[in-house]
Design a protein around this ligand. Structure first.
Ligand SMILES: C[S@@+](CC[C@H](N)C(=O)[O-])C[C@H]1O[C@@H](n2cnc3c(N)ncnc32)[C@H](O)[C@@H]1O
Length: 255
């Protein structure tokens, strides 16, 4: 199924996330031992930090020493990263976009329960973002790119709606490095433990078999740097998190 492309892939992914939506958060917490919250907070921090860089210091929207702006969280899912973005002072509103109504519903409920005021959730496709060029001060995508029919196309769309000086930050599971001593253990965890846990917690073992398969086919962190540069981002850097199972990438749009 990971070989599916275009519309077929979008439909496969949509059906899969609709099936697991209700238990998505719980499964994330169990399989990462709660670490996923910390990684998303780091992504939000890195994205909003872009708003304070010198390139933006001449912005007309400058206020109290740093410019303000909208944040976009693509493939927002149940909204954790969107909510983390909204807590940053210089983010005036965090917009979470997702393909699936069920995810948006869960995200909306979460925002309501937390009394989060500066968030807004919208339905949409990451490959055809319903926003004008140069709209957002920063953009993020956590655990979403892997599911897109085209990683490059999704990044190009995010870069298009980002305004110059804004940061694009991604968090994604990456292929395991075959040369590292930890790899056989992590492979065992991904291939044997996670699908079983996923089956028990969400009733959907297939979704959690897909997780490793799709990560194995995802670009290496170095290749992702090249793709980000190719879509017009500058100063692209990355760092591994979670025993090098994941990487956070950050690039800045110059023009
Ligand atoms: C693994 S979840 C990640 C959710 C969230 N970002 C997080 O950190 O938990 C992937 C999300 O991507 C969404 N998605 C998949 N393809 C998409 C697309 N083409 N456009 C927008 N969202 C998409 C799914 O609906 C799902 O909510």
């Amino acid at each position: 199924m990971v070989q599916l492309q275009g519309e077929a892939r979008r439909e496969y992914v949509a059906r899969m996330f609709t099936r697991i939506a209700g238990r998505y958060d719980l499964m994330n917490s169990v399989m990462t031992l709660g670490m996923h919250h910390r990684w998303r907070r780091e992504v939000a921090e890195l994205a909003s930090r872009g708003l304070e860089e010198p390139a933006l210091s001449r912005s007309p929207e400058r206020s109290e020493g740093s410019p303000k702006g909208l944040a976009l969280d693509v493939a927002a899912g149940t909204g954790d990263l969107t909510l983390a973005l909204s807590t940053h002072e210089n983010i005036t509103r965090a917009v979470g976009l997702d393909l699936l109504p069920v995810m948006l519903h869960l995200a909306g409920e979460k925002a309501f329960k937390r009394n989060a005021g500066r968030v807004h959730f919208v339905a949409g496709d990451a490959l055809r973002l319903p926003f004008r060029d140069n709209t957002f001060a920063c953009a993020t995508c956590a655990f979403g790119l892997r599911n897109m029919p085209g990683v490059r196309d999704a990044l190009a769309e995010m870069a298009r709606v980002l305004r110059p000086g804004g940061a694009l930050v991604t968090l994604e599971i990456v292929p395991l490095d075959p040369g590292r001593w930890t790899t056989p253990f992590l492979r065992f965890y991904f291939r044997q433990v996670i699908p079983r846990l996923g089956g028990l917690i969400t009733g959907d073992r297939e979704a959690y078999t897909y997780l490793r398969e799709s990560a194995d086919r995802f670009p290496t962190p170095y290749h992702l740097v090249e793709i980000m540069e190719d879509v017009g981002l500058d100063s692209v850097t990355y760092r591994y998190v979670g025993l090098r199972m994941m990487a956070i990438h950050r690039g800045v749009k110059l023009v």
